[in-house]
Design a binder for this molecule. Structure first.
Ligand code: F6P
Length: 380
């Protein structure tokens, strides 16, 4: 009977609640005991009230707002970007709190940083337990059956869809919907005034949200980190402003009353200089367009969860519990992903390594490789 700690970590994303619900219920069905760890790794470090056993009804409804647990955005068990857990001292406290609660498995729902933290924790686990015993904080008896291994399973919760080896991450599709709704609202005012809008979207160093939004709303142009402009380098050299203005002007000549440029927050040019919305605005003003900048910000991370993210998080939650039950100390910790519409379980650190390779490729200006390392939908 495994005791499974569940935590959400890093930036929240829609679908995290559905994952917590699914892991809780499948754990109970399989005879395991689920625990919520509140406020991400901070809860693990702090222990006490921040670690609580979960029962079937705890994830049934969200009584105050009458919104179903499954649909509610954000994460109801809280999240944090916890500095303390990055230190050995913090992880020692976390180990103590897990042993005291008898927890021998951890399902972490978060981005690549959070999942790497979980893997480090597992690698150190036996050493941490031994240190707690040798310093008299734990007795040999209470730690004996937990000393050998802590099972770790990762689920990728991130609006950025920036993890390699999985086609999609929990929360990315909801955020894409939110961006599209917001841009649709901008479109009506843009058309009325014949204006241009430059819209900055999140994604950090991953252009998935920007690219998918640009396709979905029919933007004139879109700037990403993985494929810097100009797209026609033969004609434009390094002058991406000119290339963009030519595209926008051409589209205007077809009768468009508005122009729309989407900029990922991590967008860069071919020399790796950032492309900022204000630069884009200045360039568009030079061709006579009345231009406004809109930074969507955290609106794109909030709201209620779309059907796909509820489904994705639920089925991945089922697989996460199966993976805990299959776990064995000689096998690397798995990450649950989705590949070609199938739920898959892949070695967590292999996926993290490939994800980090994207940044290295961009730094070396090997943009083609960076695109290949993203998911197949992105590349095509
Ligand atoms: O990783 C998710 C994300 O929303 C990024 O797209 C964005 O750059 C970042 O988190 C914002 O972080 P914070 O919420 O800490 O400001």
């Amino acid at each position: 009977n495994k005791k499974i700690g569940i935590l959400t970590s890093g930036g929240d994303s829609c679908g995290m609640n559905a994952a917590v619900r699914s892991i809780t219920r499948v754990s109970l069905q399989k005879g395991c005991v689920p625990f919520a760890i509140y406020e991400g790794y901070q809860g693990l470090v702090d222990g006490g009230e921040k670690i609580k056993e979960l029962r079937w009804d705890d994830v049934r409804g969200y009584t105050l707002s009458n919104i179903r647990y499954l649909a509610k955005g954000g994460t109801l068990i809280g999240t944090a970007r916890c500095k303390e857990f990055r230190t050995r001292e913090g992880r020692l406290k976390a180990c103590y709190n897990l042993i005291k609660n008898g927890i021998d498995a951890l399902v972490v729902i978060g981005g690549d940083g959070s999942l790497t933290g979980a893997d480090t924790f597992r690698a150190e686990w036996t050493g941490l337990v031994d240190e707690l015993v040798s310093t008299g904080k734990l007795t040999k008896e209470e730690s004996a059956h937990l000393r050998n291994d802590l099972a770790i399973v990762g689920l990728v919760g991130s609006i950025d869809n920036d993890m390699s080896s999985t086609d999609i991450t929990i929360g990315a599709v909801t955020s894409l919907h939110r961006i599209c709704e917001s841009v649709d609202s901008l479109t009506s005012t843009a058309q009325s005034h014949q204006r241009a809008f430059v819209v900055e979207v999140m994604g950090r160093h991953c252009g998935w949200l920007a690219l998918m939004a640009a396709i979905a709303v029919g933007a004139d142009c879109c700037f990403l980190p993985e494929r810097p402009p100009p797209f026609n380098q033969e004609k434009y050299g390094n002058n991406w402003e000119q290339e963009m203005c030519d595209i926008v002007a051409k589209n205007r000549s077809f009768g468009n009353r508005k122009s729309l440029v989407i900029v990922c927050e991590g967008a860069i040019d071919k020399d790796l200089n950032p492309i900022k919305p204000d630069q884009v605005k200045k360039a568009l003003e030079k061709i006579g367009l009345d231009t406004r900048v809109t930074t969507l910000g955290h609106v794109q991370r909030g709201g209620s969860t779309c059907a796909f993210d509820r489904y994705l998080a639920t089925v991945q939650g089922v697989e996460a519990v199966e993976a805990v039950l299959r776990s064995n100390r000689d096998v690397p910790a798995p990450m649950i992903g989705m590949f070609q519409n199938k739920i898959v379980s892949i070695p967590l650190m292999e996926a993290v390594k490939l994800t980090q390779e994207v940044a290295t490729s961009i730094a070396k200006k090997d943009f083609a490789h960076a695109m290949q390392l993203r998911d197949p939908g992105f590349t095509s």
